[in-house]
Design a protein around this ligand. Sequence first.
Ligand SMILES: [Zn+2]
Length: 623
Amino acid sequence: MVHGSRNSRPLLRPRVHRGRPHLGRVRCRGRNQGGRPGPEPPGQGAARPPPSGGSIVRRRVGPGEDRRSPHPAFLEHEAPDRILLARSVWTGVDPALGPLRDAAVAIQGDRIVAVGPRDRVLGRRGPRTVIVDLGPGAILPGFVDAHVHLQAGGLDLYRVDLRGLRSRDEFLMRIRDRVGMAAPGSWILGGGWDHHGWGGTLPRREWLDEAAPSNPVFLLRTDLHVGVASTEALRLAGVDSSTPDPDRGTLDRDPATGELTGILRERALELISAVIPPPTEGERAGALQAAALHALRHGVTQVHDMGALQSSGESWASLEALRGLHAEGKLPIRVSVAVPLEDRMRLAHWVAEVGGGDERLRWGAVKAFVDGSLGADTAWFLEDYAHLPGHRGGPITDLDELRHGLEEASALGLQPIVHAIGDAANAWLVEVYEGLCRRYAGRDQRLRIEHAQHLNRDTIARMGVPGMIVSMQPAHLTDDGPWAESRIGPGRAEGAYAIRSLLEAGARPAFGSDWTVAPLDPRAALRAAVTRRITGVGEPGAWGPSQRLELGEALRAHTLDAARAAFLEGETGSLEPGKRADLAIARQCPFTLSPEALISDLEIRATFVDGALAWQDDADPLR
Ligand SMILES: [Zn+2]
C-alpha cells in the first residue's frame, strides 16, 4: 500500500460551485415515482458545474430535438481550453477496437469536445488553447471502481496493513511497529491478514497480547467477515467465555478449555466494533480526502462507495462528510454512495427532500448482504463445502426480511446493491430480482449483484438481462485461486468468476476492487481478468483460463460498464465529445504491454476529473 508521498498531491482543486445550490436539482437516476413511465435518459437534467473562465451559452433543448445527443451544439462554437496529444488514445466506445494511434483529445470546460486524429483535433485550436504533448503515453477514460468502502479505505491508509504476510513473526512485527507509534491504551486497528499465507493457523488473542501488551487490538481478516481481538479488546467489549454466540455470529472457543481464542465471525464482529471510538469529524474528512487522492493516483476518477461495514451510523456520517467536502470544493473524485438497506425509508425521505445529489456526489442506492465469504466458510452454496461435509454455509440475514426490504427499496425508487458470493446466494438473489423486473417492467432499475463469485449455469444465463448489473472484483480470483478449489471442488470451480460466460450470456460486468478488502488498483483487475493467473505457493498457474477476457473487454468493464452500474454512462466512462472529461493519463499504452506486466508496468502519470487536472506525478509533471 502506498501512503501519501510528498511527490504526489492534487494540484488543482475542483471548482467550487459557489452560489449554485447543487442539491434538489438532479433526480436520482432510477427513481420513477410520480407516474413517470420510462427511464430517464442518462446525462440529462444534470447540474453542470460552471466551466472555468468560459462564457458558454447554454441552449435549451427545443421540442423535437434529440435530448440524448452527446454533442451539444454550443460546444462547437468555442476553441478548446486544452488539447492533449498522445501516441495512443483508447476511447472505450467499442471494446473490440484497439487504441487510436497519434491521436488527440480536446477539452473545453468540464467536457470533452473532440477525440480523433491529431490534425483534425488541432484544427480546432484557438489562441488560448493549451497544447500538452504526452509523447509515447496513452489517454484512457478515467477508471471507475464500482465497489469500494471509501472511508474504511481512507482510514486503513493510516492503519496496520497485514496483507501478503507469510509468517506469524511478520504478523507480530507489523503490530509491534504500530504499537511503537501509538499512545498506551489507544486502539490498534487494521486488517488484511490471511492465515492461508502462513499455513492456515488462525491467529489467537495471545499473539496480539504478546505484541501489544498495553493496547487493545482488533484486526480484520482480508474478507472482513472474520476478525481477531486481543484480550484487552475483548475485556473492553465485555466479552468473555460466558458470552453466548450472538445471532448469526460466532465466538471461536478453544475446544479443550472453552476459552475464547479471540477469533470472531460475522455478526460477532459487531461486539468489538461497537466499543471502538468512531473517527472524529476531522479524521473522517481526512480519511475521505486521503482515499480520494489514493484513487486519483491509480487513475480512478469515479468510485461507488458501498458504505461502512456493519455500521449504519458510520455510513451516514461518511456520506455527510462527503457532502461537506463537496460543498467546499474538496471532493476531487466522483462518488456514488450506498447506505444500508435497513435505512431505506430514511434515504427515500432524504432524496425526496434534497434530491439525489449531482454528478460529483450522488446517493440513492441501498446495500445488503445475502451471505458471507468463501474464506470464512460462510458463503452460501447449494451443496456441501468440499472440505466440510454437511456444511453449505447459509444466508447471514433473514431472507424474508431481506426480500421484503428489497421490494420496498425498489418501490421507493432506490437502487438495490446486494452482496452474494455462493451459488445458492446468487440463485436466491436472481430470483428476487426477476420478480422486481417483472413488477416494474419498463423501469430502468439496474439491480446490482455484488461479487457473483460462484455461479451455476442456470444463474449465469438469468443474470444476462438488462435489468441486472453484475459487479465483480477480478483481483479476488488471484487471492482465492490458490485455495478455493479445496473448498468448492473441481465441478463448481467452473462457475467461479465466470466473467466470459456472463459476457456471453449478455451481462455487462462492472469491475471494481472491493477496496479496502483488496488494494484499490484497476491494474490488478485487468491483469486478473485477462490472464486468470494465480500466485499461490509453488508454480503459478491460470485458474479458469476459458473465462479470460480480452484487454479491451476488461478495460470497458472498469470504465464505461462500471459507470453504467451507477447510471453515469451517459456522462462518464468513455472518451466521447459531450461527455465529462474524466481521464487517466498513462505513461505506456496498455495494449503494448504483456498482460502479465500490466500490474507493474502500466504507470499512471496524471488524472483529470471534469476537465481539471486533479492529480499528477510531480516527478514527471505535464507540460
Ligand atoms: Zn465490499
